[in-house]
Design a protein around this ligand. Structure first.
Ligand code: PMP
Length: 442
């Protein structure tokens, strides 16, 4: 018996022993095409020689030095790299070890900012339903995914949840995308008014929703309206780019495509591409300055802040993405993937929607294409898709529908940026075989 406390205690996992470009290899020598980057992590695949060498070199020189005693070169260089490329105004970076920690840091930076400014009454958070921002308690409270929250509800701080921007299901017949975005903006405004505008601290959202909806971008103009509303009321905008950031949607930051600059932005996953665990919160200059000129100390230390080896890995990853011009590949491969998915599944009786940006694509599975009825969640379709895909040598990231029927099961695809066109065919072929087995078992 394994002594590891596995997340799914009754599930058998193959043992991963190696990687070869976009493939993972198990102890039996089976190869799995990683069409989801694990959870949108492995943007350079699994055997990048340059990144491996950078990690080897850094760990040999200086593995780690606690940031209450020292700064370190890779951390400083990585912060410079990110700030030079981030939307203007984001002027410093707080480094942590993953996405949930980055979200926690953003929430606490927001709170401390208002204390430093003499606005301690600002404490309310607004986020969106069917969202995911991490599994630590603050991040879990922020997320609006009922299934993940359920048993921990008594431990969670109060957060208001408004509707996500989810055109496939929620844009009314005859409603333009602009009018739909405006309706959502009005809902946010109404919630701010209900709470009292001067008591609201921040609004949190993913520019392109990953885990909970399956690569759902917002309608044009939505985030611009959200930004205006936040500005009008002095509320901070926190964009969670843990999954959709670092090139995944075709620009380094997904916010660039919305034409907005957040006050705080969280990144992780693609930052270190899995070669080391790392996350970060990008901080706007007014927030940095308020804390610098106030108490001069952010009350939120972690042992592994700015871990030298993790920062060296992330720097090597980001230099590789830029140096090899991989973002233009993300755009062209993403279009190729969308076209292939539409050609193969566009008329599939159980495929309701195919969407996304760059190499971040989602397929929503429905019982009935006509009225978009989701499958009964008790059928656990997503689990069958995942299992069958693995049997077919394909890793994809399916998620279950909601109990209230507000969305169907979906499959998230987030493959490495280093794919060849032939890998796109392999993904679609293996997914096709998977759906045939799941829907028409012989
Ligand atoms: N935010 C978003 C948008 C995420 O997708 C995730 C992870 N799926 C997190 C936060 C949490 O990141 P981590 O699992 O690294 O803690």
């Amino acid at each position: 018996m394994s002594h590891v406390f596995h997340r799914h205690l009754h599930q058998q996992y193959p043992t991963a022993v190696g990687g070869d470009g976009p493939y993972l290899i198990d102890a039996e020598g089976r190869r799995y095409l990683d069409a989801c980057g694990g959870a949108a992590v492995s943007c350079l695949g699994h055997s990048d020689a340059e990144v491996i060498e950078a990690v080897r070199e850094q760990v040999g020189r200086l593995a780690y030095a606690h940031t209450s005693f020292f700064t370190n070169e890779p951390m400083e260089a990585l912060a410079d790299f990110l700030v030079e490329r981030a939307p203007a105004g984001l002027s410093s970076v707080y480094f942590v070890s993953g996405g949930s920690e980055a979200v926690e840091a953003a929430l606490k930076l927001a709170r401390q900012y208002f204390i430093e400014r003499g606005e301690p009454q600002r404490k309310h958070l607004i986020a969106r339903r069917q969202s995911y921002h991490g599994n630590t308690l603050g991040a879990l409270a922020t997320g609006g995914n009922a299934w993940r929250r359920q048993q921990f509800e008594p431990l969670l701080v109060q957060v208001s949840h408004v509707s996500p921007c989810y055109a496939y299901r929620d844009q009314a017949p005859g409603e333009t995308p602009e009018a739909y975005g405006e309706r959502l903006a009005e809902e946010l405004e109404a919630e701010i008014q209900r709470l009292g505008p001067e008591s609201v601290m921040a609004f949190v959202a993913e520019p392109v929703v990953g885990a909970t909806l399956g690569a759902v971008p917002s309608v044009p103009g939505y985030f611009k309206r959200v930004r205006e509303i936040c500005d009008r009321h002095g509320i901070l905008l926190i964009l969670d780019e843990v999954m959709c950031g670092m090139g995944r949607t075709g620009s380094l930051f997904a916010a660039e495509q919305e034409g907005v600059t957040p006050d705080l932005m969280t990144i992780a996953k693609g930052l270190g591409a899995g070669y080391q665990p790392i996350g970060a919160t990008l901080v706007s200059e007014p927030i940095r300055r308020a804390i610098a000129e106030g108490s001069g100390f952010f009350q939120h230390g972690h042992t592994y802040i700015g871990h030298a080896t993790a920062c060296a890995a992330a720097l090597a990853v980001q230099r590789a993405v830029e140096g090899r011009d991989l973002l233009s590949r993300v755009v062209s491969l993403g279009e190729g993937l969308q076209q292939r998915l539409e050609a193969r599944f566009g008329e599939h009786p159980h495929v309701g929607d195919i969407r996304g940006r760059g190499l971040f694509r989602g397929i929503e599975l429905v019982a009935d294409r006509g009225d978009k009825t989701p499958f009964d969640p008790s059928r656990k379709l997503h689990a069958a898709v995942k299992r069958t895909a693995m049997d077919n040598g394909l890793m994809c990231y399916p998620m279950g529908g909601t109990i209230d029927g507000r969305r169907g099961d979906h499959i998230l695809l987030a493959p490495p940026f280093i794919l060849e066109e032939s890998h796109l065919d392999e993904i679609v072929d293996k997914l096709d075989a998977t759906l045939q087995t799941v829907f028409d078992p012989a």
